[in-house]
Write a protein that binds this ligand. Structure first.
Ligand code: ATR
Length: 278
């Protein structure tokens, strides 16, 4: 890779950051589009976060992505925040504009765009959705479903207080479902989303009886390691349409790349294969 003096710079700030797939993903697009630019992994300790962000801006970076544990701190560090990031309570994309830090959250966009690309017949307004989990990913998913016009969002989490807090923060049409009653809440839904870490490599699978899950309803998982979680495998087996969790990761990166590097990138089969080969 040969950079010029005009090279555009961006990166991802995390602690740790070594596991991040973002450098590989942005690197693919940079090469594909022949952009004079680079996207770096930036290991930044939480205590140094605000100072590091300011330095990058002063050094002429175009912006950064934020990953764990910086997404919440990003809210306070930016000069301007989009309304979605404010409601969700986390920033994952920052654009530096003439010394000002403009923060947004593209996780909800990534979630919806992944479903739109891979399940074009799914209509968020047609039927209720069931969201399992109430962490950061669930907040973005519920916010996106609300904005897309979901008539009802059933929300179930092991720790009910966390689901209650999410519902009041997001002003969405949420119906809280006790964790023990999650299987019954599958009845009549059009979309099931697992945002818990259950089903991830090294974790136990999500325990969910799918008997009440309508066969035409879509299911997706935030977990992408493995790509086909036990939940997705069981749903596919009984004939449900299935979208894996990698698409959300890839699509959430699009707005940042376009802002920093000036090209609107696409999520393609080649990109998926390249990222998966990591
Ligand atoms: P993220 O911000 O990435 O969504 P998180 O905040 O750690 O991650 O949230 C993980 C989610 O998985 C939470 O909803 C968590 O439930 P709690 O709020 O009760 O902790 C859920 N989760 C993790 N392990 C679980 C388990 N063994 N059973 C049920 N839910 C679990």
């Amino acid at each position: 890779m040969i950079l010029s003096g005009k090279s555009r710079l961006a990166g991802v700030m995390g602690w740790p950051v070594a596991h991040s797939l973002s450098p590989r993903l942005h690197g693919f697009w940079l090469e594909h589009h022949g952009v004079d630019g680079t996207y770096l992994p930036l290991a930044v300790q939480p205590a140094r976060f605000a100072a590091a962000l300011q330095s990058l801006s002063e050094m002429g970076f175009r912006g950064v992505n934020l990953t764990l544990p910086h997404k919440e701190a990003g809210l306070a560090a930016c000069d301007r925040i989009d309304s979605f990031a404010r409601r969700v309570g986390a920033v994952n994309t920052i654009v530096f504009e003439a010394g000002r830090l403009i923060g947004s959250n593209t996780d909800g966009f990534g979630f919806l765009e992944s479903l739109r690309q891979e399940a074009p017949d799914w209509d968020p307004r047609a039927a209720p959705a069931l969201v399992l989990g109430a962490g950061g990913a669930a907040r973005a998913v519920v916010g996106a479903l609300r904005d897309a016009g979901a008539p009802e969002i059933r929300l179930s989490n092991r720790t009910p207080a966390r689901a209650g807090k999410l519902a009041s923060d997001l002003d969405a049409p949420v119906v809280l479902v006790p964790w023990a009653e999650r299987a019954a809440a599958l009845d009549g839904i059009g979309l099931l989303i697992n945002t818990t870490s259950l089903g991830m490599v090294g974790k136990e699978p999500l325990d969910l009886d799918l008997a009440a899950f309508p066969t035409r309803a879509l299911v997706t998982d935030i977990v992408y390691n493995p790509l086909e979680t036990p939940l997705l495998a069981a749903a596919r087996e009984r004939g449900n349409p299935v979208v894996d969790g990698l698409g959300m990761l890839l699509h959430q990166a699009r707005p940042g790349f376009e802002s920093w590097f000036g090209v609107a990138p696409k999520v393609t089969a080649e990109l998926r294969a390249f990222v998966l080969a990591a």
